[in-house]
Design a protein around this ligand. Structure first.
Ligand SMILES: [Ca+2]
Length: 195
């Protein structure tokens, strides 16, 4: 672990390494690491309880939403629910419990980009839900989080709003409006409010 590529890193506001990072004793870039084994994360947010979540683009399929836990290894490239673009297989997450399995994953891929956990009230049915932009899916994907008896939290796709354009980014305004940024030529920045 001498690179911070494929990692969630954790730093203080002034760029220093917090003393309670899991690998702080190893110094340097390794000390920055909070979790590892990620492929291509393009969205990260905290939920109302302070739990961190991040999604990542899988290889060919196998996009993931992960509950980010200190020091955990999320498996890439050893395991994935997708395969390499060359067609070469990658063992599924279920084959190796040493790696943290995703809370949700997508086969076929949605190509996730942009992520919020909505904490507003303007869209009253969405409070506490995740909103993920889908590039390949050309959709806005809503995620429902469900607390489990064992203290963990399940995540599942609740609804997919077909968009017709690649959705690059989603953000929440201070008033609870939702902003959507579309990808590529002719892409629009849209402000959503309830009808
Ligand atoms: Ca993984």
């Amino acid at each position: 672990m001498t690179m911070n590529l494929g990692k969630v890193i954790r730093l203080t506001e002034n760029g220093a390494i917090p003393a309670d990072n899991p690998f702080v004793g190893q110094g340097g870039v390794t000390g920055q690491i909070w979790s590892l084994g990620h492929r291509n994360p393009l969205g990260i947010d905290f939920d109302a309880s302070g739990q961190l979540w991040a999604h990542e683009m899988g290889p060919k399929h196998g996009d993931e939403l992960n509950r980010i836990i200190r020091g955990e290894d999320y498996g890439y490239p050893a395991v994935s629910n997708g395969n390499h673009y060359s067609g070469a297989p990658i063992p599924d997450h279920s084959t190796n419990p040493a790696y943290k399995s995703p809370a949700a994953y997508w086969v076929p891929a949605i190509s996730p980009a942009g992520f919020i956990i909505y904490d507003g009230s303007m869209f009253s049915g969405w409070t506490g839900n995740g909103l993920i932009g889908g590039l390949g899916a050309r959709a806005l994907v809503r995620i429902r989080f469900v607390p489990q008896a064992d203290g963990s939290t399940a995540a599942m796709e609740a609804e997919r709003y077909s968009w017709g354009k690649r959705v690059r980014e989603v953000e929440e305004g201070p008033d609870g409006a939702v902003y959507i940024l579309e990808d590529k030529s002719g892409g629009r920045l849209l402000k959503l409010t309830p009808g």
